[in-house]
Design a protein around this ligand. Structure first.
Ligand code: ACO
Ligand code: ZN
Length: 211
C-alpha cells in the first residue's frame, strides 16, 4: 500500500548524515563509503581488542576493576602477537602505514584493560634527546626546532577507544609509564616526548604535562 511505501522512504531518509554508533561510539557519515567501511572494519576487528587476562601478565596499576598492563619485547610471542593486533587497529586510526611490520623489539607497550577489552594504549621507546616543538601560527603548521634537549622516553602512540575518551584513561597510562618505564625511576614531565602528535595528542600532552 501507499502507506507502507511512504514508511520505507521515511526510514531510508533517516539513513543519511552523521550518526553515532551506539555500540562503539564512532561518529560517521551514513552514505559516505569511506566512513562506512572504516566503521565496519572497526567492528570486524573488534575481537582484536577483546582481552581477559594472561597468566603472569605484568600489571603496573589497578584502577578499581580496571588496570594497566605492560608488555616488553622479551615477553612471550603470543603476548606480542596480541599487541600487534591491537596496534593494527590503533595505527589505522592514527593513519600510520605498515606499522605492524615495524616490530616491537625496541618498544614497551602499555594497555588499558576494562570490561574484558583493551580501551587504551601507549607505545614508548628509549631515546636520548628530543626536538622542541614550535607552534608556527603564521605558517599554520607545527614545526620542530633544531634545538634539542635531553629526554629519556619517546612516545610513538597514545590512543584511547573513541567511546572511552575524556575519562582520564590516557592520563592513567601515562602515569604508569612514568613510574615504570625505567626501573626505580620516575620520569619527569620533561623527560618524555610525543612524536608527531595529532591535534588530540597535542591537546592531551599540553594538559598532561602542564605546558
Ligand atoms: N581535546 C582537548 N583537550 C583534550 C583532548 C582533546 N581531544 N583530549 C584530552 N584533552 C585534555 C583535557 O584537558 C583532558 O581533561 P578533561 O577531560 O578533564 O578536560 C586531559 O587532556 C586528560 O585527558 P584524558 O581523559 O586522560 O585523555 P583521553 O583518555 O581522552 O585520551 C587521546 C586522549 C589519547 C589523545 C585520545 O583523544 C585519542 O585516542 N585520540 C585519537 C588518537 C590520537 O590522536 N592520539 C594521539 C596521537 S599523537 C601520538 O600518538 C604521539
Ligand atoms: Zn559501531
Amino acid at each position: 500500500s501507499i502507506g507502507d511505501y511512504q514508511y520505507i522512504i521515511d526510514a531510508g531518509q533517516k539513513k543519511f548524515g552523521a550518526t553515532q554508533c551506539k555500540e562503539c561510539g564512532i561518529v560517521y557519515q551514513i552514505g559516505d563509503p569511506d566512513d562506512e567501511v572504516f566503521h565496519q572494519k572497526y567492528h570486524n576487528n573488534g575481537h582484536d581488542l577483546k582481552y581477559t587476562s594472561w597468566k603472569h601478565e605484568r600489571v603496573v596499576a589497578y584502577y578499581g576493576s580496571e588496570r594497566v598492563i605492560l608488555i616488553k619485547p622479551s615477553d612471550p610471542k603470543s603476548w606480542l602477537n596480541k599487541v600487534q593486533n591491537v596496534l593494527a587497529i590503533v595505527d589505522k586510526e592514527l593513519g600510520y602505514a605498515d606499522s605492524a611490520l615495524e616490530g616491537l623489539s625496541n618498544s614497551q607497550v602499555y594497555l588499558y584493560v576494562m570490561d574484558k577489552q583493551v580501551t587504551g594504549c601507549v607505545v614508548a621507546h628509549q631515546i636520548s634527546f628530543a626536538f622542541k616543538m614550535l607552534n608556527s601560527v603564521i605558517e599554520g603548521c607545527d614545526c620542530c626546532s633544531e634545538e634539542s634537549y635531553p629526554a629519556k622516553c619517546g612516545i610513538s602512540r597514545v590512543w584511547v577507544a573513541k567511546n572511552h575518551r575524556r575519562k582520564k584513561i590516557a592520563s592513567r597510562i601515562m602515569d604508569c609509564l612514568r613510574s615504570s618505564f625505567i626501573h626505580g625511576y620516575m620520569l619527569g614531565m620533561d623527560e618524555f616526548a610525543f612524536s608527531a602528535p595529532t591535534i588530540d595528542g597535542k591537546a592531551f600532552a599540553e594538559k598532561y604535562t602542564g605546558t
